[in-house]
Design a protein around this ligand. Structure first.
Ligand code: ATP
Length: 317
């Protein structure tokens, strides 16, 4: 099926006969595969009598060679379809692949959010990006790491024209109230000894329609009105990640605390912090030097950290 996508990706007309010859199948088998493509990948294909088949718009797919040459030191795997790039990255760690390395995919069938939530991941529209790092005996190298990834994503988005993007503690990137990127860190091994951390990043790039997303969202395309070359975005994101991770490793999270707070969209807002079935109401003061949330609760400053916490705005915010 993906060979057929590659034949059609130029957006030109291709006759059923030519497609059949290239694939070594009959014209009716081509027709079935085309229907399958539309249903499975959500691609829209025009059929014109006498001319053949044409994608509604040309597809610019991820180019592993171009990406590899621009990300020296990080071997890159580009998959057409995967359950989740984080899951694939974790499997690669289990197989003994040596980090750092990068896993990208054109689509995810079971893209992951936090606590088992789903990340909607249509074919060839967005970035599904997982970078694996090896951490040697340094809990400090994990401190605030998901916030550091947020800064790198934010900078990449700004450099692609999304100037209004900002952060929401701990791991969301928003434009106003709309989510444009999500970050999910997953860890294997012993953080006190040797472990691997997967920095999973989903960025909405050219997506213009996604009925399955059950909260407000946006994409770079919707914000900037231009179609984005995802290969260029991968390279920019890798550049930003490399530089922020290096700074984090050398100087610790505290060196990024002020920059993070300056980009926090919910500074000073009235929020509810959700921890399982508990809700704590407070006002966001900022973060501490380890990336934990500082909330004013009943006139007292309190500190919260941990992967299971979510913030929601209160009506009076
Ligand atoms: P939290 O504040 O806990 O991070 P969240 O709802 O943002 O809450 P995440 O785990 O960060 O949770 O992200 C998963 C959620 O993001 C999904 O439940 C869905 O509401 C939303 N979502 C899924 N796919 C997309 C997408 N492609 N773009 C924007 N939002 C999405």
């Amino acid at each position: 099926m993906l060979t057929l996508v590659n034949l059609l990706k130029d957006g030109r007309f291709h006759s059923g006969q030519d497609l059949g010859a290239a694939l070594g199948i009959s014209r009716s088998a081509v027709w079935k595969q085309l229907q399958h493509l539309e249903a499975e990948l959500g691609l829209s294909i025009h059929k014109v009598r006498g001319r053949g088949y044409q994608l509604a718009a040309p597809l610019l797919l991820l180019d592993s060679q171009a990406i590899s040459s621009a990300t020296p030191g990080w071997p890159v795997a580009v998959l057409q379809s995967v359950d989740s790039t984080n899951a694939e990255a974790l499997r690669a760690v289990a197989r003994g692949e040596s980090a750092p390395f990068l896993v990208l995919a054109e689509r995810q069938i079971s893209g992951r959010g936090r606590r088992g939530r789903k990340w909607v991941s249509p074919f060839a529209e967005n970035l599904y990006y997982s970078l694996v790092l090896r951490i040697d005996g340094g809990m400090r190298q994990l401190e605030g790491l998901s916030l550091v990834v947020g800064l790198a994503v934010l900078q990449a988005l700004r450099n692609f024209g999304v100037s209004a993007a900002g952060l929401k503690w701990p791991n969301d990137v928003l434009v106003g109230d709309k989510k444009i990127a999500g970050i999910l860190l997953e860890l294997v091994g012993d953080p006190a000894d040797v472990c691997h951390v997967v920095l999973g990043i989903g960025v909405n790039v050219n997506m213009q329609k996604a009925d399955e997303v059950d909260q407000q969202w946006t994409s770079i395309r919707l914000e900037s009105s231009v179609s984005i070359d995802r290969n260029a975005l991968v390279m920019e994101l890798s550049k930003q990640l490399s530089s922020y991770i290096q700074r984090h490793q050398m100087e610790g999270f505290s060196s990024l605390q002020v920059e993070w707070e300056a980009n926090h969209l919910w500074q000073g807002r009235s929020v509810s912090l959700i921890a399982g079935s508990n809700h704590i109401d407070g006002v966001v003061l900022g973060i501490d030097c380890q990336g934990a949330l500082r909330l004013m609760v009943d006139g007292m400053e309190k500190i919260f950290s941990g992967g299971e916490l979510s913030l929601r705005l209160r009506d009076d915010s």
